[in-house]
Design a protein around this ligand. Structure first.
Ligand SMILES: Nc1ncnc2c1ncn2[C@@H]1O[C@H](COP(=O)(O)OP(=O)(O)OP(=O)(O)O)[C@@H](O)[C@H]1O
Length: 328
């Protein structure tokens, strides 16, 4: 669906040169859901705007839905839906009129756009709102209307630029349910931008991490977490058998291949405890083995916890900065 090579966009403002996107290669297969993840100003929207033919690349090439974005922008636009960051509907218009107008812009016949609008109103839970002015809709309803507008032409490829930013958690979950259902119905390919880590983690099949205009990683979220971050097991133990359990021996009783082991005397609860941390891959599988090894060495386990690697850890390890903190 998408094949971009060396995509670059440089803006010139007064005496300033802004390298918004530098040399991005990206491929998206038919039916995939890919998230572009990165902090504010990373270049996500600029990339999407080049892929949707709204911005001309400074250099590089992109084929989208089979057509070159520079040579054949009209054919690209006929095959995509694009939902930008702002709400697309005109505020003084009514929901149904906006949908019908969108259908007209795409050259659908009157019966076609009426049928399509009715279907989308139903599947995006906008039933009963057709005659409502757009300004009176809630944030979640407005965003669902945006998606309906982007889908009027039945595009095989949908671009969503921060679809859930500004929505409360309930509306975000609800929007995702709708996107998931539409995807199931139509097998649509989706490319979205987000800085919500959980969203990229749970919804996307592949995450393209973008920082300072460059792709710094591109893989399924689980693979990124395996390759660029560790799970951390924390065990708090106390000696069950004082004769064999020594603080200095605690690391030795764990198999060395389990991961990077740290040992500290004491815990929040008691100075007689020992706190063991293990940075490792596949933490969930290794946790029981670590507990068993400690038990066999004469420790009794007071508590065990597992912090699984997240996309924020991935971002931190790749860039030295926390995406979560930057977003906050
Ligand atoms: N039209 C423009 N003129 C000048 N600079 C621009 C223009 N559009 C974007 N930029 C700059 O390019 C860089 C990338 O911006 P872009 O909007 O692509 O980032 P983003 O990752 O989408 O950020 P956000 O998450 O905040 O939307 C930023 O430094 C931005 O200020």
């Amino acid at each position: 669906m998408i094949r971009a090579r060396g995509l670059t966009k440089t803006f010139h403002r007064k005496n300033e040169t802004i390298r918004a996107v530098e040399n991005i290669d990206v491929d998206v297969a038919d039916g995939e859901l890919v998230a572009f993840l990165g902090p504010n100003g990373a270049g996500k929207s600029t990339t999407i705007r080049m892929l949707t033919s709204l911005l001309t690349p400074t250099s590089g090439t992109a084929e989208v839905a089979g057509f070159d974005v520079v040579r054949d922008p009209a054919r690209v636009r006929a095959r995509i839906g694009y939902i930008g960051q702002g709400n697309g509907g005109g505020y003084s218009y009514k929901v149904r009129d906006e949908l019908h107008n969108q259908g007209r812009f795409y050259g659908l016949s009157s019966s076609e756009y009426r049928r399509r609008a009715a279907d989308l109103v139903e599947s995006l839970e906008l039933t009963g709102l057709g005659k409502r002015g757009i300004q009176s809709l809630s944030g979640g309803q407005k965003r669902r209307l945006d998606i309906a507008l982007g889908l009027m032409n039945r595009p095989p490829l949908l671009f969503l630029d921060e679809p859930t930013t500004g929505l409360d958690p309930h509306s975000r979950a609800n929007l995702w349910e709708h996107i998931g259902a539409l995807r199931k119905q139509s097998g649509m390919t989706i490319v979205l931008t987000t800085h919500y880590l959980e969203e990229a983690d749970h919804m996307a099949e592949r995450v393209v991490v973008i920082d300072h205009g460059r792709v710094v990683a591109d893989a399924p979220p689980a693979q990124l977490e395996r390759e660029y971050a560790d799970d951390v097991i924390t065990l708090v133990a106390c000696p069950a058998d004082a004769s064999s359990a020594t603080v200095s021996g605690v690391a030795r009783c764990l198999p060395p291949e389990i991961g990077d082991i740290g040992v500290q005397s004491g815990s929040d609860g008691s100075a007689g405890d020992v706190t063991v941390t293990i940075a490792t891959t596949h933490g969930a599988e290794r946790l029981p083995a670590a507990m068993e090894s400690l038990r066999l060495a004469g420790w009794s386990i007071r508590s065990a916890s597992l912090a699984q690697a997240s996309l924020d850890d991935v971002f931190l390890n790749l860039t030295g900065r926390s995406l979560r903190e930057e977003a906050a």
